[in-house]
Design a protein around this ligand. Structure first.
Ligand code: HSE
Length: 428
């Protein structure tokens, strides 16, 4: 008779509760698929008495997650506490050091310490898996490490923060300003405890750098993700973009360029009729491109109890089956240190500026663009706010450097009020 795979679960928030429910509700299915029973030995969470609507009486309780991680009756430590450092990291390290496999949903911890934790796992002959850390229920880690293993990955893109996509699509559909929709999202409980993680692009940036590591065989490099959040997006940009056939998304893009690894998480215009452009509400989408497969699109829930627990269980079942994959798709010691590259692939840009409505003003803006070798594709002046007028320009393909040079030159003129908004148009 095969022995059961025994879990120790640290963290009983939304995801931990969902994992316990699956283990209890799907015991027979898990056993059939894994070839062995999957059981829970022990639990650790902040509050022992909180009513979570699940039976916990059969499991041992540990107040200290590090003690849980080291228990003799735990084979797999399931880390669902969150936080890049502190107890999550200490318990993960303790588990690996004690010879346990680890499954985690903790993108922040892996973005900051993924390399050292993957090294530690391999030094101890253990696996460290994290399907639930990226895009919730979408099996994107499996898609990259297994389904597309025969491809040279050329580009990874994704809308991987449901809260931001909810805010942007709600601003568009209801015509509401950012602050109102942010307050709505807060009331609905969509925002992280620190909202900057969502709207500042940090949470999605964590996810992007993990995908980039697998896709390009490089060290996890969160520090070199170019991050820009959605806080400055105005309803007028969303409306103008829509009028030209685009939608604004907080889009992550990672690609290997001749200059190095480019990783950016920033608002972009994408064609409204593309799969990314059609993504509504809190849903996530990841687009993977490889030399043989061309392009695949994965869409699904990026957060929530069931979807995220589903992803945790996929890793647990792999371990139960004896499938032992490297954390980032190849041995951690073989991941390379790619030089980071700023945005280098040319693209069109959307520019919105407040222009003084007087003779020669537009000529000065056109000169600033022309002298930076930025060519205008489309332009409109679409309203009138005395004494300035909003002007919208879409450029032909240009580099970020040329655009920055043009914006700096515009700032030197006496005809542009405030800072222009500039958003890249991404070919998807
Ligand atoms: N806050 C994230 C989101 C989910 O809104 O998608 C957790 O990463």
């Amino acid at each position: 008779m095969t022995t059961p795979l025994r879990l120790g679960i640290a963290g009983l928030g939304t995801v931990g509760t969902g994992v316990v429910k699956i283990v209890q509700r799907q015991a027979a299915l898990l056993e059939k698929r894994s070839g062995r029973a999957v059981t829970i030995s022990a639990i650790s969470a902040r509050s022992r008495d909180k009513d979570r609507g699940i039976r916990l009486g059969d499991y041992a309780w540990e107040d200290d997650p590090v003690a849980l991680a080291k228990r003799d009756d735990v084979d797999v430590f399931v880390e669902l506490m969150g936080g890049s450092d502190g107890p999550a990291k200490a318990a993960t390290e303790a588990a690996l050091g004690a010879g346990k496999d680890v499954v985690t949903a903790n993108k922040a911890m892996l973005a900051h310490h993924g390399q050292s934790l993957a090294n530690l796992a391999e030094d101890n002959g253990r696996v460290l898996r994290f399907e639930a850390a990226v895009a919730g229920g979408i099996p994107v880690i499996k898609a990259l490490t297994e389904g597309l293993a025969g491809n040279e990955i050329t580009r990874v893109m994704g809308v991987m923060n449901g809260t931001c996509n909810y805010i942007l699509t709600r601003m568009e559909n209801a015509g509401l300003p950012y602050d109102d929709v942010f307050a709505e999202a807060d009331a609905l409980g969509y925002l992280e405890a620190d909202p900057k993680l969502d709207v500042g692009g940090i949470d999605a940036g964590h996810k992007l750098c993990l995908l980039a590591s697998i896709a390009f065989g490089t060290n996890v490099d969160f520090d070199n993700v170019q991050l820009e959040g959605i806080e400055k997006i105005e309803t007028t940009d969303i409306e103008q973009a829509a009028d030209m056939g685009f939608r604004i998304k907080l889009l992550g893009v990672a690609q290997m360029t001749p200059r190095g690894l480019e990783q950016r998480m920033s608002p972009c215009l994408v064609p409204a009729n593309s799969p990314l452009g059609q993504l509504e509400g809190g849903t996530n989408m990841v687009v993977l491109e490889g030399d043989s497969v061309e392009q695949i699109v994965l869409r699904g829930p990026g957060a929530g109890e069931g979807p995220t627990a589903s992803a945790v269980m996929a890793d647990v079942i792999d371990i139960a089956r004896g499938t032992r994959l490297s954390t980032f798709g190849q041995p951690a010691a073989t991941l390379s240190a790619a030089p980071p590259s700023a945005t280098s692939i040319p693209a069109p840009y959307y520019i919105r500026l407040q222009l003084h409505d007087k003779p020669g003003a537009l000529a000065k803006v056109a000169t600033a663009l022309g002298e930076a070798a930025v060519s205008i594709d489309r332009m409109r002046q679409y309203g009138h706010d005395e004494p300035t007028a909003p002007v919208l320009i879409v450029t032909h393909k240009t580099t970020q450097e040329a655009l920055d040079q043009a914006l700096a030159a515009m700032a030197e003129t006496d005809v542009v009020e405030g800072s222009p908004v500039a958003i890249r148009v991404e070919a998807v």
